[in-house]
Design a protein around this ligand. Structure first.
Ligand code: ADP
Ligand code: MG
Length: 301
């Protein structure tokens, strides 16, 4: 399996939802498409899943146009449309037939897939009685019914409560072993747990394509946190005026100090604290968390 997104642009009247976006997904990968609301995630995912056509560019799966390869792709929409009066079994039969599966195939495939998503025993329950997590697992079952080699999920856990979120994340963790995954989210921590690679989208454009460790390493910050018994305004002023200090910020009893070179400046800072009789409780060297890096990327760039 190889998915190629080639220079995809999608325009709605004046609005460019996706702007000259390219990426490649290889077999076995689990990739998170991450971006704030309105970034273009759903639009891009619909183009990839051949639900809508791009204005420009193309999607290739194993080198062939996606429209000829629909059987290889499973799609979970951001807002799956279920009939609440149908049972789980009826829902899958209905959707399976819509996607061209034969009745005999479905008789075999439906119990298998219900078991895979942890809904065995619920086949005759009405979807209207399902929790958010169960509905989303049924949505994933629907996307996997025809055994695609790639499953594309649009915000599969964003709308769920913590229990539903856990259920679905565990399920995705299992699916990952046999299916290539592309999933979108506006919540970094959703993807952090399951994806090795992140593609960040903002205003329809790709702004980053990276791994967790590369992202953390490239943003290795020169920061120290001093925890003190109370903030000494005089020392705060001194810090701001030190030529090697780039930024100072006090939150509660913690002072976060960004310096030019942590290795060179660490002891200078400690000496300065002692000279000013700052009552230190603790000091540590710190890096930005993924969340902080993400916010920087999507808000400040
Ligand atoms: P995301 O899923 O990242 O929140 P979307 O792909 O839904 O972003 O939307 C990207 C942009 O395109 C938004 O500004 C949105 O308002 C606009 N958009 C999405 N769908 C349509 C549509 N059918 N008609 C017009 N504008 C749209
Ligand atoms: Mg969306």
């Amino acid at each position: 399996m190889k998915l190629e997104v080639k220079n995809v642009t999608k325009t709605y009247k004046e609005k460019t939802a996706v702007n000259n976006f390219s990426m490649v997904l290889q077999s076995g990968e689990c990739v998170g498409l991450i971006g704030p609301n309105g970034a273009g995630k759903s639009t891009l995912i619909k183009v990839i899943s051949d639900i809508i056509n791009p204005t420009m560019g193309e999607i290739l799966l194993n080198g062939k146009k996606i429209s000829q390869m629909k059987k290889e792709i499973g799609y979970l929409p951001q807002y799956p449309n279920f009939y609440h009066w149908m049972t789980a079994q009826e829902t899958l039969a209905f959707m399976g037939e819509l996607s061209g599966l034969r009745k005999e195939e479905l008789t075999k495939a439906i119990p298998e897939i219900l078991s895979k998503v942890g809904l065995s025993g619920e086949e005759n329950s009405k979807v209207g009685t399902f929790s958010g997590g169960m509905k989303q697992r049924l949505g994933i079952a629907q996307a996997l019914l025809h055994k695609p080699s790639l499953i594309v999920m649009d915000e599969p856990v964003s709308a769920l409560d913590p229990i539903g979120r856990r259920e679905v994340l565990n399920l995705i963790e299992e699916i990952k072993r046999e299916t290539t995954i592309l999933l979108s989210t506006h919540i970094l921590s959703d993807a952090e747990e399951i994806c090795e690679r992140f593609i960040i989208i903002k205003n329809g454009q790709k702004i980053e394509d990276t791994t967790i460790s590369d992202l953390l390493n490239s943003n290795r910050e020169n920061k120290m946190i001093f925890e003190v018994t109370s903030i000494d305004q005089e020392w705060m002023e001194v810090l701001k005026n030190l030529n090697y200090v780039k930024d100072v910020e006090a939150v509660g009893n913690k002072i976060k100090i960004e310096v030019e070179h942590i290795g060179l400046n660490k002891n200078m800072l400690i000496r300065s604290a002692l000279e000013h009789r700052v009552d230190l409780v603790k000091f540590e060297i710190t890096n930005d968390t993924l969340e902080e890096i993400f916010i920087k990327l999507v808000v400040e760039k």
